[in-house]
Structures are given as structure tokens and as C-alpha cells.
Design a protein around this ligand. Structure first.
Ligand code: GDP
Length: 764
């Protein structure tokens, strides 16, 4: 067994000035938590699968996700001391930037035991810049806990992550955290779940005590009360459970009766067994807990409704029942049917969802095994890259946040970590051989009548590729010295493999390296990581908007490119048309039309066809106005002649030249990214926020008034949103929150376009 020392701590954003106190001794695991064998084998029998829970925790930043996770690890025996985000010593947020910024950036996998179950907890980031990271972790989860701040209800980022999780049909439960906080309101939260998440909440807890006097909860399933008395047990590990006496007519008894009736009423709508009890006039309190638990489990797994629990992680209240609920109600791997598995027969199917670079061990690849067994010492086949990789005999591990336990094999349903893989990227799919890969693609084609060319896993049977939104910001990046240039490029290469939403490109015109990403913070983090993890103090140029360009009118262009090297003559002549197409369209491949089209260009996949498309794509990445990508364009080749003996690379170069020449003639305009924002703000600050948005060219498309807070839906140009989060915090004393994502690209006014081009190029 070997250990990777990871630093585990966290300081919150608004407490970023506090220095960190990092203490490894806090994280010594109790040795009894795991079997001690260093050659442990994980099998995949049905019973084993039923004891696995692959779960994630999703929340809006600040809702208490990290605190809740820390309490889970503590009560399970994983850690011996309570981690505290306010003191910077938590296990799951272990990267330097996370500690400094108090946000969870990279999903950390933690494995711990609860009630004989193995819980693989994948931590998911809560910041808007890291939604790709969230998507990656969501893909490998079987269930999720959504943590809400009970004084705020459903906040903007929760909504975004909830939507993402719903796309993957991930069963969820909700934990209303911070019940001890001033303004915590159980019923307001239920209302906000119903209205904002559009799902039926099923409360299975009732809070006992309000705000500072919150001491525990009523369990509506077992009809018990659970009280945490901090004077008797400060760490909350022991709490009192007492069966409720409901045979009296006190207001609290009546309330429990009413809520239990409501629970049974809802469950009977979905579950036949409960319905039968109701029809047979079984008293609600006499319906066996096991039947209620079964009903809740089925409802949760089918995503029919969502159960709601409550507690206060910081005050150590309600976390053990939350863990019980994870085990009882969230699905095990075999509860979830993955349609794509039918293409693999009984062979290996595993998905990489995260790559981290360890200074000593190199790239470590996190893998979710869906089917088959991943074995140390055996070869695996990367279906996305068509490459074979061998897992070293000592390179297969089971993972905790900072500890890697060597194993011989990892079975279906489990999460593993593989060291020493060379070329794999986040989102790649592994199977056992090229034969299985071919078989899977053929099966897919046979059963669906389609060819598997998609990189979107919702269409693809092989889970290939990731849904990565286009980068909206970029900046130039320079090494501090010529001698550090290579180090920087290698480091960027590594970060890029970990994070597919980061793009590193060479700007052809300036010859500078540029990094493109999802937001200001995203790129800042890259700079920090270069320094802290790779020792490169890179210089980043000013943040720039990733504009796009669009061809406004149809255009035809004929071009000829020729060169003679020795006895070889390369000659390509072609006529193309550029046609404006619908919004949001990215060029993928050209159409080859015309009666005299040579046969090779009518053959999809022909080496020359591919070369032409490659050339087109590369030229369209460099528009005539600002060298930005040209979008919303179709390319039609109406005539093409390739002289015999012409090389493939020359064909590609000729295609690129033709497009570049055509774009020079074309009537083009600049398009700017427009972001869809959702802002939660208290009513008192709403007007100030709206005024500020108007100054930022924002348009409020919806204004939902909700008791004492408002939800604004806004469309605003990204160019005017730089520094928005800081401004919003100042305007609202940190009470407002927002999320944003790219909505579309819109044409700039001529005046704006002129100003931008002038600023960037000094021309015009
Ligand atoms: P995250 O951003 O969702 O991971 O939230 P954190 O766990 O970092 O918590 C954010 C802040 O809320 C920290 O200052 C915590 O101490 C505080 N906090 C977390 N849980 C509770 C709770 O149950 N009650 C109260 N009052 N504060 C909490």
C-alpha cells in the first residue's frame, strides 16, 4: 500500500484572508474501516453490488456540502476528528485553490462504510465555472444527496446541478441543512422544492425546535424522535432515539398524525402495497416501517418524487439518519439499468471520469466499472482513442480521498483508480479488446440502424465523449522564461487531460499560446495550478471574450493550389460555397455535391474527404475579423480536382487555403456570447441589482417575486459581466447568488464591432 499525501482543507471565499492550518494527523483513518490486505479483491456478485452506493453530494455553494460530507466521514469512522471548513481542515477539498478559495473544484472520491455498506462518495463542485466537472462526476453516480440551506431553499446553482442530474436520471434525496440558522424554514423549503425543482417533496422528517433551538427530528417512517444533546455528547455521535407516544391529543401528536397521514397519502399514490394497506383500513401508524421504506426506495429510484430530510451538519444534528437514508433509499449499481451495456455482452465496460496528476505517480485515472472486471496486469482497450493500454500489476487501486489501496481487480459497480496509463482522457471508455469495441459498435448499428459516430453520450452506446460547452473566455499565456516554456506546455497538457473544458491553442497570427476556459475563475485556477503543482509562474494576458464570426451572405469561391517538389506535383482545384446556416451550428463536415464529383469524395470516410474536412475546420477556426471561430456556416464543395500523386497533407492545406481566401472576400460580422443568468436576490436589493444589470446591457426576461426574495432571469452579454460576482456581492452584502451559462451568440452592432476590432488589432 502506498499513500499519496493530499492536503485536505478548505477556507471559505469570504474568509479567504484567513491562513490555512493544515494538519495531516486529522485524517488518519481508523484501520478497522477497511480490510487490511494490500491485495484485496473486489468481486461483483449480486450481494456485493447491493452493498455498494455510488453517490454524490450536490449543492449551491455555501449550503453546507463540505460540512455535511465531513460529518459523514466522521460518523462512519473514516476520520477521527471533525473537519471544519471554517478552520481549513476538511478531507474532501484537497487542492490548494480549493483551500484558498473555499470552493470544491475537483471531485474527490472518498470510500467509507456505513451499516455494512460501502459508500463511494464522489464530491461535486458547486461553482458555475466547473459544470463540466459536475457533469463528469454525475455520469458515474447512481444516486445523489442534494444539500439545501434551510434558510434559503432552492438556490440558483442547485437548480443547475439538479437539472444536470435529472438529465442523467439520477435518483436524489434532499437534506435541508442549517435548520439551526436564523430564518431556517422547513415549509418554505418544501414550497421552493415544489416550485423550483418541479418535483413532489415527501418530507420524512419533521424538525424539533426552531433555529437556535433546533435539537433533533421526528422520523415519520419509524415514528421515533431523535434528539442530539450537545451538552451530553458534543460531537453528536450519540443521540437519543425514543418511540413517540401518539395516543394523546397534544398539538405535537396531532401534527405528527397529520404529517404521517400526508406521507402515507403520497406514498399510496405511487405504491400498490401501501395502497392496499389504505384500502384495507389499516391505521396509518400501524403500516409496517419496512413497507414504507420499500415504497420510498422505489419512488426514489424511479424519480417519481423526492424525500426530504433535515438537520444541521455544523451542529452535528441529523447526519446519521441521512446516512441511513442513503443506504436505505438510494439505489445500488444493479438497480440502475444502463441500456448501453447490452452492446458489450458480458465484457468489460468502464468509464474514466477523472484524471489527476500526482507529482510522484504521474497520471492517476479514476474509472467507474459498469460491467466486467478491471484486472491488474491486463490490457484494456480505449474505445475513444483506439489504443491499447496495460494496467501494471501494482497500478490498480481503490481510492479514498488521500489514500490508495492496491487491489488485484475491481468489479462492476465499483470505482477504481489506475496508475500509469499514458494517453487516456477524462470521459474515455474502456473495454477489454478491440474485438469487443468493434462488436459493441456493430451491435449498436444493428439494433438502432445508426452508425456510432456521435461524441455525445446521450446518443452514443459506448459512453464516448463528454458534453463540453464551448469556452467563452480566453487569454494569452507565457512562460516566465524560455527555459520554462517546455515545462509549461507539458503542465498545460496534463491539466487539459484532467479538464476537458480547458482548451490550449496556438494563436496562428500572434504565435502566442492561448488558454480558453469557462469563466474568469476557471482560468485563474489554471494559473494557480501551474505555479503550485508544476512550479511554473506563467504570465497570463488580460482576459478576453471568445467572440465568434459569421458569414452573412452566400458566397462562391474557386481556388487552385499547386507546388512541385522534386518529381512530385501536388495540385488541387476546388470550388466551394459558403452558406449562412441556422444559429448554433458548428461546422463538422462539408457537403460534396455536383454531377462531376469524383467518387472518392462521395465516399464518407475516404482519406481525401477527411483531409478536406480537416482543412476546412482548421481554416474556419480563424475568421477574417479577429481570428475567432466562424460559426453558423455550411460548406458545399461543388467541384474538386486532385491531381494524381498529390499528398493527403497537401489536399488538407489546399482546402484550408480555399476557405481562408473565401472568408477574405466574405461579408462577415462579429458575434458575442450572450449568457443566461439566474439571480436570487432579496427584495430590498432587487432594484439596485436590476439597475446595475441595465448598465451591463442586461435584459431581465423574467422576474419572479417570492415572499421576500426575487428570482431574476436575465440575458446579458458576457463582455459586460466581467467582475460581476464581486459587484453582486458588494451590492447585496453577499446575500444574493447567481448562476450563468452560455445561451447563444448574438450579432454585435456595427459600432460595437468596430470598437472591438479597433481595440484588439489597432486597425480601422
Ligand atoms: P459548501 O460550500 O456547500 O461546501 O458549504 P460549507 O460546508 O463550506 O459551509 C459553508 C458555511 O456554512 C461555513 O461557514 C459552515 O460553517 C456553515 N455551515 C455549514 N453547515 C451549517 C449548519 O448546519 N448550520 C449553520 N448555521 N452553518 C453551517
Amino acid at each position: 500500500m502506498w499513500k499519496i499525501i493530499r492536503i485536505a482543507s478548505k477556507v471559505h471565499l469570504n474568509k479567504s484572508s484567513r491562513r490555512l492550518r493544515i494538519s495531516f494527523k486529522h485524517f488518519k483513518r481508523l484501520s478497522s474501516t477497511f480490510p487490511s490486505s494490500s491485495q484485496q479483491v473486489t468481486t461483483n456478485s449480486d450481494t456485493d453490488l447491493q452493498l455498494i452506493r455510488n453517490i454524490g453530494i450536490m449543492a449551491h455553494i455555501d449550503a453546507g456540502k463540505t460540512t455535511t460530507t465531513e460529518r459523514m466521514l466522521y460518523y462512519s469512522g473514516f476520520t477521527r476528528h471533525l473537519g471544519d471548513v471554517d478552520h481549513g481542515n476538511t478531507v474532501t477539498d484537497y487542492l490548494q485553490e480549493e483551500r484558498e478559495r473555499g470552493i470544491t473544484i475537483v471531485s474527490a472520491a472518498v470510500l467509507f462504510k456505513w451499516n455494512k455498506h460501502q459508500i463511494n462518495l464522489i464530491d461535486t463542485p458547486g461553482h458555475v465555472d466547473f459544470t463540466v466537472e459536475v457533469e463528469r462526476s454525475l455520469r458515474v453516480l447512481d444516486g445523489a444527496v442534494t444539500v439545501l440551506d434551510a434558510s434559503a431553499g432552492v438556490e440558483a446553482q442547485t437548480l443547475t446541478v439538479w437539472k444536470q442530474a435529472s438529465r442523467y436520471k439520477i435518483p436524489k434525496i434532499i437534506f435541508l441543512n442549517k435548520m439551526d440558522k436564523h430564518g431556517a424554514n422547513f415549509n418554505m423549503c418544501l414550497k421552493s422544492i415544489r416550485e423550483r425543482l418541479h418535483v413532489q417533496p415527501i418530507p420524512i422528517h419533521l424538525p424539533i425546535g426552531k433555529e437556535r433551538d433546533f435539537v433533533g427530528l421526528v422520523d415519520l417512517v419509524s415514528l421515533e424522535q431523535k434528539i442530539w444533546d450537545s451538552s451530553k455528547c458534543p460531537d453528536g455521535s450519540v443521540y437519543e432515539t425514543e418511540k413517540l407516544d401518539l395516543d394523546n391529543d397534544s398539538p405535537s401528536s396531532r401534527m405528527v398524525h397529520n404529517e404521517r397521514d400526508a406521507l402515507i397519502g403520497i406514498l399510496s399514490e405511487y405504491d400498490e402495497n401501501i395502497q392496499t394497506h389504505v384500502l384495507n383500513d389499516v391505521k396509518n401508524e400501524d403500516i409496517p416501517s419496512s413497507d414504507i421504506e420499500n415504497a420510498i426506495r422505489n419512488i426514489t429510484i424511479n424519480n417519481d418524487a423526492v424525500i426530504v430530510l433535515c438537520g444541521s451538519a455544523k451542529r452535528n444534528i441529523g447526519v446519521q439518519p441521512l446516512l441511513d437514508a442513503v443506504v436505505k433509499y438510494l439505489p445500488c449499481p444493479s438497480d440502475i439499468k444502463h441500456n448501453f451495456l447490452e452492446y458489450y455482452g458480458s465484457n468489460l465496460c468502464a468509464l474514466t471520469f477523472k484524471i489527476v496528476h500526482d507529482k510522484h505517480r504521474g497520471a492517476l485515472t479514476y474509472v467507474r466499472v459498469y460491467q466486467g472486471v478491471l484486472k491488474a496486469g491486463e490490457s484494456i482497450y480505449n474505445m475513444n482513442l483506439n489504443t491499447v493500454e496495460k494496467i501494471g500489476k501494482q497500478d490498480l487501486f481503490q481510492v479514498n480521498a488521500d489514500e490508495y489501496r492496491q487491489v488485484k481487480e475491481v468489479g462492476a459497480g465499483n470505482i477504481a483508480c489506475v496508475g500509469g496509463l499514458n494517453d487516456v482522457r477524462s470521459g474515455d471508455t474502456f473495454t477489454d479488446s478491440s474485438k469487443t469495441a468493434k462488436h459493441a459498435s456493430e451491435m449498436y448499428a444493428k439494433l438502432t440502424g445508426q452508425t456510432n459516430t456521435s461524441t455525445d453520450e446521450f446518443e452514443s452506446p459506448v459512453l464516448a465523449g463528454l458534453n463540453v460547452p464551448p469556452p467563452v473566455f480566453f487569454c494569452s499565456i507565457e512562460a516566465p522564461s524560455v527555459s520554462k516554456q517546455r515545462d509549461m506546455e507539458q503542465a498545460l497538457n496534463k491539466i487539459q487531460r484532467e479538464d476537458p473544458s480547458l482548451k490550449v491553442e496556438l494563436d496562428n497570427e500572434s504565435g502566442q499560446l492561448v488558454v480558453k476556459g469557462m469563466g474568469e475563475l476557471h482560468l485563474e485556477i489554471v494559473k494557480h495550478r501551474l505555479l503550485s503543482d508544476f512550479g511554473v509562474d506563467a504570465y497570463m494576458g488580460p482576459l478576453q471574450i471568445n467572440y465568434r464570426e459569421k458569414v452573412l451572405h452566400k458566397l462562391e469561391h474557386t481556388d487552385q493550389l499547386e507546388n512541385i517538389i522534386g518529381k512530385t506535383k501536388n495540385l488541387v482545384t476546388m470550388t466551394i460555397q459558403l452558406l449562412p446556416s441556422e444559429a448554433g451550428h458548428m461546422f463538422k463536415q462539408a457537403k460534396f455535391e455536383g454531377e462531376e464529383m469524383p467518387i472518392m469524395f462521395r465516399t464518407p470516410g475516404h482519406v481525401f474527404t477527411k483531409a478536406v474536412n480537416r482543412g476546412f475546420e482548421s481554416a474556419l477556426n480563424c475568421g477574417p475579423l479577429l481570428s475567432s471561430q466562424v460559426i453558423d456556416v455550411d460548406v458545399v464543395v461543388t467541384q474538386i480536382h486532385v491531381e494524381r500523386g498529390t499528398s493527403v497533407s497537401f489536399v488538407s492545406a489546399a482546402a484550408s487555403h480555399t476557405i481562408t481566401q473565401a472568408l477574405e472576400k466574405a461579408d462577415c460580422c462579429l458575434m458575442e456570447p450572450i449568457m443566461a443568468m439566474e439571480i436570487h436576490v432579496d427584495s430590498a436589493s432587487a432594484q439596485a441589482v436590476m439597475n446595475n444589470l441595465i448598465q451591463r446591457r442586461g435584459e431581465v426576461t423574467e422576474d419572479l417575486v417570492n415572499n421576500d426574495y426575487r428570482i431574476l432571469h436575465v440575458l446579458a452579454p458576457l463582455a459586460n459581466l466581467v467582475g460581476y460576482s464581486t459587484d453582486l456581492r458588494t451590492m447585496t452584502s453577499g446575500t444574493a447568488s447567481f448562476s450563468m451559462e452560455l445561451d447563444h451568440y448574438a450579432k454585435l452592432s456595427e459600432e460595437e464591432e468596430r470598437k472591438i476590432i479597433q481595440k484588439k488589432t489597432g486597425l480601422l
